[in-house]
Design a protein around this ligand. Sequence first.
Ligand code: PEP
Ligand code: MN
Length: 332
Amino acid sequence: MIIHLKDNINAEQAAGIAEKINAFHTVSQGKNVLISGSGMKDVPNAIEAHVDQFWVFDNDIQLASREYQDEKREVKIGDVTIGGHQNATLLIGGPCSVESEDQIRDAAQLLVGMGLTTLRGGCYKPRTSPYSFQGLGLEGLHLLAKMREEFGLNVITEARDATHIHEVIEHSDVIQVGAKAMYDQGILRACAKTQKPVLIKRGFGTTLKEFVQAAEFVLSGGNENVILCERGLRTFETNTRFTLDLCGVAWLQEHTNLPIVLDPSHAMGYSYGVPVLAKACVAMGIDGLLIEAHRNPSVAKSDASQQLNHSEFKQLLDQIRPVAESVGYKII
Ligand code: PEP
Ligand code: MN
C-alpha cells in the first residue's frame, strides 16, 4: 500500500507515523509517503487522520506502477530528458569496454559528430571468466570523465559490485546496473541514496516482476530517477546470444511508469542482427536504445562479435530515424 500523508505533516512526523504501522517512509512526487507490503489492504485506524490519499496493491510493484502514477516518469540526464511525454528515443552508443584514451575519444567524436549526447563504456566488466579483460576500473572512469569534459557528453557506465559503487556514482551521469548485478542489494541500496539516474538491466533469468521490484528498491529508497533496460533472456535457443523479450517490453509499457531502454546488441550477440532488431525496438515507441559500437570490433577486448563499427553505427541512425518517425517519435 502507498499512503500519501497530508501536507501539514513534516518528514520527522512522517517517519514516526511509519514506525507506528511498520511501514517504510520515503518522499515521492514531493510528498511524504508511507509504503507497506502488498499484505496491507486497509489504512490502519491509528493513522487515518493523517492520510490524504492511498493506493492498495496486490503485489509489490507499487511506486513503479501505472495505478500509482499513470504518467511516464521523466528522468533528467544532464540537459537531456529520457521518458515523459516527449516521444523521443535517446540513442546511447559507445564500446562495450573503455580500453584506452584514444579508443574512447574516437567513440566520443563519433557521437558528437552525429549530434548524439550519451556515451556508454564499461570500466568494471562483469565477465563470465576471470581470465577475460576485466575493464580499466578507476582509470577508465577518469577517461570517461575526461570525455565528458572535452565533449560535453553524458556518460553511462556500469557498477559491477558494491566495492566501487561510490566511484561510479561520482564519475558517471547514469549508473548502469548490469544484468548480472541486478540482484545486488548493495548496489541497489547505494543507487537509492544518490539522485543520479540509474539504468537497471534485466537479468537474463529474471521475471518481469522481479525486474520491476529491483527498480522499487531504488525508488522507495529515495531515488526516483530509474530507467529499465531489456537486454534479452536466456532461452533454449543457442544460435543467438539471448532472446530479446519484446512481449516483456509491451508489458512494462502497459504496467509501469518507468522509461524503457532496449539493448539489442547484447540480446543478439552478433553485429549482423543489431540494425534490424534496432528498427523493431524503435517501432515499439521506446525511450532509449543502447547500441554497442567500437572503432575496430575485431580487436575489441569484450563483446567483439556484437559491436558495430563506426560506419555501421552511423548507418543505423539513418535506418532507425524513419521508423521512429513512423510511430511519431524522434531519435535524440
Ligand atoms: C554491457 O552493457 O556491456 C553489459 C555487460 O551488459 P549486460 O549486463 O546486459 O550483460
Ligand atoms: Mn557488452
